[in-house]
Design a protein around this ligand. Structure first.
Ligand code: TRP
Length: 334
């Protein structure tokens, strides 16, 4: 039996992944390549659904790809590529847009949240159709599973609905993907506001730990992380959200169960604990940063790896799209 296929995407919208991206997605993607035929894409077409500077897009797409390889995605085993390199994404998106009802698209809650920031009439139509482009990403590769955070569930339901609708109307074409919801235990919150998610769009710099940050600033941010009253290192989300977040971080990075950590720091106060958390973060990030820097300094090599990914992705995408074109009734070009 062939290995099940996974597909996921990450937006090139920041100059570094942060700890939440790393634990919540990237690190788990690396694990999945052991058991799956893995396709991972840097979704630059999604990035332009909000105003984006060309130079920033270029830089961030490279940085995102480099970090994926640096974090352990193996170009031999995983297909890592840039979405815009495979033209079929936009082509299939158009077909799916024509199968989507206005009301159906209008119910997507992430659009409502994101467009609220601009004012609904200033938000682009691209932002409105964002989930349909995402459905195209997934259906194009006949993915069996889609590893995403719980916030993407609604987009996956739309993907399945659209795939099913196409299959029903035009004949069996698409594999219907199952969501593969990534582990929640690894949900990381803002260091300065530990009840809010660590997020590139809403956290302050002091609240975020960036994978590409130098050890000095990383340590400083952790030592200054908001902790809670009291002095004991205990896991208590309700009354000690700050300490609980740091425990989750250390547990995830050192593969130590939280109760073991709580036992280890009994009677030791916050200082020692925070220092150890800082070291765990620095130990995890430093090698990724170094490999990322190396790849970024050798643009040719990075471009070569992305060309390999694009070629493998294109081979699958072309096959799906040829079938779609025929089933829709588009004339073959001779
Ligand atoms: N919308 C996803 C996110 O914000 C990113 C994404 C784009 C994606 N295309 C995808 C995820 C396809 C999974 C599969 O996280």
């Amino acid at each position: 039996m062939a290995r099940p296929r996974v597909l996921s995407g990450i937006q090139p919208t920041a100059d570094s992944f942060h700890l939440g991206n790393y634990l919540g997605a990237v690190r788990q993607w690396v694990t999945l390549q052991e058991t799956h035929d893995a396709f991972y894409c840097v979704v630059d077409l999604h990035a332009i659904t909000v105003p984006t500077e060309p130079a920033a897009l270029r830089r961030r797409s490279r940085v995102a790809a480099a970090q994926l390889f640096a974090a352990g995605l193996d170009p031999e085993r995983s297909t890592v590529f840039v979405q815009s390199h495979v033209r079929e994404h936009t082509e299939l998106a158009w077909v799916l847009i024509c199968l989507t009802g206005m009301g159906e698209a209008g119910r997507m809650t992430q659009f409502k949240d994101k467009s609220a920031k601009f004012g609904e009439s200033a938000a682009s139509v691209g932002l409105f159709t964002y989930p349909i482009l995402q459905a195209a990403d997934i259906l194009l590769y006949q993915a069996n599973r889609v590893p995403v955070g719980a916030d993407q569930k609604q987009h996956l339901e739309l993907t399945r609905d659209l795939g099913q609708r196409f299959n029903h109307r035009f004949g069996d074409t698409f594999t219907l993907p199952e969501p593969y919801i990534l582990k929640e235990v690894e949900k990381i919150t803002d260091l300065q506001d530990p009840t809010a998610k660590m997020s590139k769009s809403s956290s302050s710099p002091a609240g975020i730990l960036d994978v590409l940050e130098q050890p000095g600033p990383l340590r400083k941010k952790i030592m200054r992380a908001v902790t809670d009253t009291g002095s004991e290192v205990l896991f208590d989300e309700e009354n000690k959200p700050g300490i609980s977040n740091l425990l989750r971080i250390q547990s995830a990075l050192t593969a130590t169960p939280i109760p073991d950590l709580v036992a280890r720091y009994a009677g030791q106060g916050y200082g020692t604990f925070k220092k150890d958390v800082a070291e765990a973060v620095v130990d995890a990030f430093a090698p990724i940063r170094e490999r990322t820097e190396k790849l970024l300094s050798d643009e040719k090599e990075l471009d070569r790896l992305l060309a390999i990914g694009a070629e493998r992705a294109s081979a699958v995408a072309k096959q799906t799209m040829a079938e779609v074109r025929d089933r829709i009734g588009f004339l073959p070009k001779h």
